[in-house]
Design a protein around this ligand. Structure first.
Ligand SMILES: NC(=O)c1ccc[n+]([C@@H]2O[C@H](COP(=O)([O-])OP(=O)(O)OC[C@H]3O[C@@H](n4cnc5c(N)ncnc54)[C@H](O)[C@@H]3O)[C@@H](O)[C@H]2O)c1
Length: 248
């Protein structure tokens, strides 16, 4: 039997990168999956590609996770299409890197707004259904820099550290209703977010990683799949690092 047979999931920021791999992995394991991203047409195209590859039921949704009404609507639409929402993955994220002295206050706000507040808004909307159903999984995609800090990423690392606090608080609040909340903290993964790095920087990063290379989006998806399925039934409030040993 497939690991997520009969489950309904929504993954934010799933039109590409890590989110797309997570949505694909969930669908391959039997879940119906809503692909939610900024551009509705991109989401629909990604959803159709997932269905073509896996045969799973999918849905493409346009949303901005920093807007409460969008989050509420996305959860409603997912529940309407699949009858329920069992799994939420808060993966949508942005960077606006700069040294603190040059970082504009609005660039601090917007990164917190998407990465941290967006995850809160989605969790709040999904929890209405999950708490009633007395079952559910919420998986927040944090980052190694939320654990270690990173020069040039004060806004981003604060948002990702905040996400760990959010994960633990939601885990405590929702545990009595069997809604499990965990985070995945990827290290340096090969996606559009990291492709802008110069080759020299990439080589330096790989040297710092005990496993000697950057990670692949599929390797993060496998961790999310574990946290979404029955194999992690006694795990909540945890941060699963997928970083090649970069931060221990
Ligand atoms: N790539 C890495 O090395 C790495 C490392 C650690 C953590 N992460 C985290 O993993 C997640 C996915 O990253 P990725 O590398 O695949 O990035 P990516 O830029 O390839 O994908 C991010 C997706 O989020 C979407 N998005 C952005 N703002 C949004 C909003 N307001 N509402 C809805 N969707 C929005 C984008 O359109 C995009 O499709 C992010 O949260 C990122 O911070 C990535």
């Amino acid at each position: 039997m497939k690991r997520l047979e009969g489950k309904a999931a929504i993954v934010t920021g799933a039109a590409r990168g890590i989110g797309l791999e997570i949505a694909m992995a969930f669908a391959a394991e039997g879940a119906s999956v809503a692909v939610a991203d900024l551009d509705g047409a991109d989401s629909t195209a990604a959803a159709e590609a997932i269905t073509a590859r896996t045969g799973a039921k999918t849905l493409g949704l346009g949303l901005d996770v920093s807007k409460e009404a969008d989050c509420d609507r996305a959860i409603e639409d997912t529940a309407k299409a699949f009858g329920k929402v069992d799994i939420l993955v808060n993966n949508a994220g942005i960077t606006k890197d700069n040294l603190v002295l040059r970082m504009k206050a609005e660039d601090f706000d917007s990164v917190i707004s998407v990465n941290l507040k967006g995850s809160f808004l989605m969790a709040k909307a999904a929890s209405r259904l999950m708490l009633k159903a007395r079952t559910g999984r919420i998986i927040n995609i944090s980052s190694v820099v939320g654990q270690s800090g990173q020069a040039g990423q004060a806004n981003y690392s604060a948002s990702k550290a905040g996400l760990i606090g959010l994960t633990k608080s939601l885990a405590r609040e929702f545990a009595p209703r069997q809604v499990l909340v965990n985070a995945v903290a990827p290290g340096f993964i090969r996606t559009r977010m990291t492709e802008g790095l110069k080759d020299e920087a990439k080589a330096k990063i790989s040297e710092m990683i005990p496993l000697g290379r950057m990670g692949e989006p599929g390797e993060v998806a496998k961790a999310a799949l574990f946290l979404a399925g029955e194999d992690s039934a006694y795990i909540t409030g945890q941060v699963l690092a997928v970083n090649g040993g970069l931060y221990m």
